[in-house]
Write a protein that binds this ligand. Sequence first.
Ligand SMILES: [Zn+2]
Length: 437
Amino acid sequence: MTNRLIFSVLLIIISPWLLAKELIVLHTNDFHGHIQQEGKYAGAAKIAAFVKEIKAQHPAALFLDAGDAISGTPVSSMFEGEPIFDVMNAMGYDVGLIGNHEFDHGYKKIERFRAIANHPLLTANAVGPDGELLGDAPYLLLNLDGIEVGVIGLITETAPTLFSPTGNEGLTFLDPADRLSELVPMLRAKTDVLILLSHIGHEAELLLAEQFQDLDLIIGGHSHTLVQHPVRVGKTLVAQANHYGSHLGLIKIKVSDKGQSPLDIQGDLIAANELPDGDPATQALVSSYEAKVQGQVDIKIASLHKNYSKIELQPILENILAESIGADLGYYNRTGIRDILSKGDVTARMIWNLEPFGNTLVKLTLSGADLLILLSQEPALHHAVDAIDPERRYQLATNSFIASHATLAFGDAITAVDTGILVRDILIQQIKANGLK
Ligand SMILES: [Zn+2]
């Protein structure tokens, strides 16, 4: 073979790579209001600084959030999630998603979030009482430096079991797979890169990847899974960046022709301590919001000699609730415990982070049999199960989230009396008075 021929053959082989463009996708999920840097959590300003750097270097860069942006910190709780979307504007998001916690202040509040956010909030399967989708759009088509990108937004179908029924009446959540069957073939033909922005959880997202191989990438959320390198399922990559801004996801996609799979996709997570110093403008905005709550929450209430995991906290919190109204038992759902408590000083802020929802304390009267059904919803066997007599009636101290779902499930078989007292306030008072025991 002549040199010229060798050169021509080589050129044919490598030409897709020479012509290839690169799309950078940055992503977060389950940020839960952690705008301020705190321990392992980067805070909005450091993330914003990195995103700015990447966007300055790459003509095609996209910054996505996979839902549950709110509920998790005092700023979010006190101002019903609104500051979080304002701060997200400073962080430079391009596309967001409606997660189950975006319903924490009732679905009508989502309209307000959409108005504040500069980026569209997607959902292809959350439907309001009027039959209309609740987000800005079911999907987006973007042209970034000549690369056609499609982003579809989906939320878990189990959403109604995860938020309070009050303020969320008449909603419907469509089957994500049904929606993808419709949208993927239609969008594949129009796009170089097809992305699913998903608040469905990692395990379910792996199954969707298997089923929809025409998706190039799933940016996941909801299960708070730390996926250091995206999982490859056939041709599809499935990513997720833990939670609370502890990590920022970074994915590089080498793009070929429209409708074809990209030439290459690689991804990684960047931990908070690897991010640059915070962006000053974003930090100023964060500080202005934090200043409104600091006086109320940055107060020491106790000191701990050890760390407490969620499993260890559950019976302690249940006892506090039961004792506060003289009930037989307390029940505090494990998934409602949103933070651990660490050795050292405990501040009121830490209790806000643990109970960001503003649930009230409710006394439920119910049969042991119904109580066992209630406890069977726990992710693991509840520690009290063996001691419960199905024949007996119990007075149970619990939070309004559990009480409202129990009332829906059991109807007249139970009675619920809402004390109107915030669970968070009871926890703060009791821990202040008695420590954790
Ligand atoms: Zn979620």
